[in-house]
Design a protein around this ligand. Structure first.
Ligand SMILES: Cc1cc2nc3c(=O)[nH]c(=O)nc-3n(C[C@H](O)[C@H](O)[C@H](O)COP(=O)(O)O)c2cc1C
Length: 456
């Protein structure tokens, strides 16, 4: 009897690895994060593995860290996601293409237009990871002296979402008649002027591009604070998150999906994909050896700097590395990540140095290390016990770590009927089993609304 629920798999590929020493690993591409030929190869490997999507994180500034660490970071140069993904759309046909774009340091009209263009160019495979920007350095690149307050960022994000989706609904799907005889290019009754006037934005519209192929590109979120969970329940169709344990995953899953009814949304129309840093080996010992050799390449200055970032940009200079983590000020950056790491350090009685080694590698993301069967067991347990709907897979290094997952773990998941053996459809929505959002200005919206909630 075939399974009713199968895994959804995203590939976290900007940066190509969260492991700060990945570019130094024997056989890895040192320029893996900034070479189009390599990215084309990653996309082809992922499509061969029937992955749902390639996901590109983004930040509008280099990471905030001391030069001793920054000079060792491979993330300081990489492509703008909304420039790279259209290029990859031309060399792929089924792989979803998810780009991150900030609602704090962008304008809604620009974002609506770029994602609509990516969706048309890719035949309906675009996704937008809507973030409020976790890197405070971004503020200084947009004329500000300090990062917008956490709560203010989310309030702005909520209106930003309404404006972007309103612009995507500017045209009915059949607006463009292109009647060569009469010379009429579009039906004026099928164009809507948004005329949005709000607390943060005044945007007239219409958008100067036809309604995206998917109606809307798939909406993705990655916040886990109270504000992050609420906006996800109201608007998201995919959530990327970071958990240390299955229990944390199950509690987050129940919490966020439990909020959706209050927005008239079907919990099945949200896919929750925790990050999983996966190291594959012929044996557990061999996989652990790969991880140990990677971690040994992490320079102490990188370790402490990564910990400061993961703890929400706190300053740990002068802290006793062999002592426990001191009490920390509440962060204005990543509240969810800070809370998770403080809890981990307390429950495992870790010293700051141990936390550096833990974070230095994969920023505290959940790790799956072992043989293909062991990794499939873990993934099966998370899926079956409602800890997730799939995973955002992070690779220890490229191309080897990516190829090992696609060539060895995917076949094991397919053998267990836990993952597709062929794409179900042509668009990202079809492959994720998500409905196409009705156009609020031209289509009747009745019954249980599948698509995201629009504050009217
Ligand atoms: C898997 C994942 C990917 C993320 N990608 C980005 C990103 O590309 N850019 C960004 O500014 N923040 C990114 N974030 C951070 C979130 O958007 C958010 O700021 C962070 O999770 C803290 O949210 P919170 O304060 O609501 O807990 C990511 C978070 C996760 C878990």
């Amino acid at each position: 009897m075939s399974r009713t629920r199968r895994l959804r798999l995203g590939a976290f590929l900007r940066p190509v690895s969260l492991h700060t020493a990945a570019w130094r690993y024997p056989g890895a591409f040192p320029d893996g994060n900034f070479n189009f030929a390599h990215y084309r190869r990653y996309a082809e490997i992922l499509e061969r593995g029937c992955f749902d999507a390639m996901f590109l994180a983004d930040s509008l500034a280099v990471l905030k860290m001391p030069m001793g660490a920054l000079k060792r970071s491979a993330t300081v140069t990489s492509f703008d996601p909304l420039t790279l993904l259209p290029a990859l759309a031309a060399v792929t046909s089924r792989l979803g293409l998810i780009a991150t774009a900030s609602t704090t340091y962008n304008e809604p009209y620009h974002i609506a237009r770029k994602f609509a263009s990516l969706d048309h160019l890719s035949g309906g495979r675009a996704g937008w990871n809507l973030v409020t920007s976790v890197n405070p350095n971004e503020a200084m690149n947009f004329g500000l002296d300090s990062h917008l307050d956490h709560g203010a960022r989310y309030a702005k994000a909520r209106e930003f979402f309404d404006v972007v989706t309103g612009l995507w609904d500017s045209w009915a799907d059949d607006a463009f008649v292109r009647d060569v005889e009469t010379g009429v290019y579009f039906d004026p009754d099928k164009m809507h002027v948004l005329d949005h006037k709000g607390a943060h934005y005044n945007v007239r519209g219409p958008l100067n591009i036809a309604r995206p192929v998917q109606g809307w590109p798939v909406i993705v979120q990655a916040g886990s604070s109270e504000e992050g969970r609420e906006i996800a329940a109201a608007t998201a169709e995919m959530v990327f998150c970071a958990h240390g344990t299955l229990a944390q995953g199950q509690s987050f899953y129940r919490d966020v999906k439990g909020r959706m009814a209050s927005y008239g949304r079907d919990p099945e129309h949200l896919k929750i994909l925790p990050g999983a840093f996966v190291v594959v080996g012929d044996s557990l010992a061999q996989a652990e050896d790969i991880k140990a050799r990677l971690d040994a390449l992490v320079h102490p200055e990188s370790g402490i700097a990564s910990l400061q970032v993961a703890l929400g940009q706190v300053d740990l200079s002068g802290v006793d590395l062999d002592g426990p983590l001191p009490d920390l000020p509440e962060t204005n950056a990543s509240k969810g990540s800070q809370r998770k790491l403080v809890e981990l350090a307390r429950t495992r009685n870790m010293t700051v140095r141990q936390l550096c080694q833990y974070v230095g590698g994969s920023y505290g993301t959940m790790e799956m290390i072992g043989t293909p069967a062991m990794i499939a067991d873990q993934m099966e347990e998370w899926l079956e016990t409602r800890g997730c709907d799939g995973f955002n897979v992070m690779f220890p290094y490229v191309p080897g770590g990516l190829e090992a997952f696609v060539d060895r773990v995917v076949p094991e998941l397919q053998r267990r009927d836990l993952f597709r053996t062929a794409y179900e459809g042509a668009t990202l929505r079809e492959n994720l089993g998500l409905p196409r959002p009705p156009n609020r200005f031209f289509e009747r919206i009745g019954g249980m609304r599948g698509s995201a909630n629009v504050s009217t």
